[in-house]
Design a protein around this ligand. Structure first.
Ligand code: NAP
Length: 276
C-alpha cells in the first residue's frame, strides 16, 4: 500500500476503511467485524472511526476486528469537540482505547471545531502524545482559517485534516488543499462516494466502462491520483471491499481527468467547507 508522509515524519496508508454507521444495529455486528477483518486482509489497514459512531459501538467493532492484529493496522479515531479540553480529552481517549482494546491510536483527530479554545485542545493532544496514547494528532472539518489558527499551537505537527472531498464536492481545491500542500500535510477525504450518490452519475459509468472498472473505482482513483490525498470508503460487504481495493490498480488518463473535470467542475471561487 502506498503511504503519505505526515509532518511528524510518520506515514499513513492512502486507502483505508471508514466505519460511520457501524455499530448501530446489533444484527449487523458480525458482518461489520468480518468486513473490517477482510479489508485488513486486502491491505486496507487504515481504519477510521470515532467515539461518536454508534456512541462508542463502532470503536468496539473495530476492537473486535483488530484483535490479535493491532500491529497490521493504522488506527484513526476522533474526539468529540465537547471532549477536546485538557481533562476531558484524556478521559475520552482512555475510553476509546478501552473500546478499541489497544494501548495507542495512530492518529487522533478533533472531529470538528467546537467552543473549547484550540490552544487547550492542542495542549491536550501533546500531553497524550507524550504519554504514548496517541502517535499523531490532527483535525477534521477545518477550513483554511481554522488551519491558520491551529498552526499557532500545533508546532507544525498536525498530521491531517479529514474533510468531505469527492467529485461532487470539490470545494477544497480552491484554497484548503493548496494550503495543506504548502504545509506538507496530507488530506484524508471522507465520503468518497458522497455516501453512494456519486455512483449513478453517467460520466463515471462511461469512464468505468473504458477501464473495465466500476464507478466506485473511478471515484476512488480520482482521489488517489492526487498527491497527498488519502481516502476511507466505508463498506460492510466483502465484494465491495475487493472492488474498492481494486481502485489502486486503475490509472486515469489525461482524457479521463478532462472528462471528469467537465462533468464535475473545479471550484472557481471560495466555497465554504461542505459537511454533506
Ligand atoms: P462513503 O464511503 O462515500 O459511502 C459509503 C456508502 O457507500 C455505504 O452505503 C456503502 O454501503 C456504499 N459503498 C461502499 N463501497 C461501495 C461500492 N464499491 N459500490 C457501491 N456502494 C458502495 O460514505 P461515508 O461512510 O460517509 O464516508 C466514509 C468514511 O469517512 C466514514 O465511514 C467515516 O469513517 C468517515 N467520515 C468522517 C466524517 C467526519 O466528519 N470526519 C464525516 C463522514 C464520514 P455498504 O456498506 O452496504 O457497502
Amino acid at each position: 500500500m502506498r503511504t503519505l508522509k505526515m509532518p511528524s515524519g510518520g506515514r499513513m496508508p492512502v486507502l483505508g476503511q471508514g466505519t460511520w454507521r457501524m455499530g448501530e444495529d446489533p444484527r449487523r455486528r458480525a458482518d461489520e467485524v468480518d468486513a473490517l477483518r477482510y479489508g485488513i486482509d486486502l491491505g486496507l489497514t487504515l481504519i477510521d472511526t470515532a467515539e461518536m459512531y454508534g456512541e462508542g459501538e463502532a470503536e468496539k467493532i473495530v476492537g473486535d476486528a483488530i484483535e490479535g492484529r493491532r500491529d497490521e493496522v493504522f488506527l484513526v479515531s476522533k474526539v468529540y469537540p465537547h471532549n477536546a479540553s485538557r481533562r476531558a480529552m484524556r478521559v475520552a481517549c482512555e475510553r476509546s482505547l478501552r473500546r478499541l482494546r489497544t494501548d495507542h491510536i495512530d492518529v487522533y483527530l478533533l472531529h470538528w471545531r467546537g467552543s473549547i479554545p484550540l490552544a487547550e485542545t492542542f495542549e491536550a493532544f501533546f500531553a497524550l502524545r507524550e504519554e504514548g496514547k496517541i502517535r499523531d494528532f490532527g483535525v477534521s472539518n477545518f477550513d483554511v482559517e481554522d488551519m491558520e489558527e491551529a498552526r499557532q499551537y500545533d508546532r507544525g505537527l498536525t498530521a491531517t485534516d479529514q474533510v468531505l472531498d469527492n467529485l461532487m464536492r470539490r470545494g477544497i481545491e480552491w484554497d484548503l488543499l493548496p494550503w495543506c500542500r504548502r504545509h506538507h500535510m496530507p488530506i484524508m477525504a471522507y465520503s468518497p462516494f458522497h455516501e453512494g450518490k456519486l455512483l449513478t452519475k453517467p460520466a463515471l459509468r462511461i469512464i468505468a466502462a473504458r477501464h473495465e472498472a466500476t464507478p466506485a473505482q473511478i471515484a476512488l482513483a480520482w482521489l488517489l491520483h492526487q498527491d497527498d490525498v488519502a481516502t476511507i470508503p466505508k463498506s460492510s460487504r466483502r465484494e465491495r471491499l475487493e472492488e474498492n481495493r481494486g481502485a489502486l490498480d486503475v490509472k486515469l488518463t489525461r482524457e479521463d481527468l478532462a472528462e471528469l473535470d467537465e462533468a464535475f467542475p473545479q471550484p472557481t471561487h471560495k466555497v465554504p467547507l461542505a459537511v454533506s
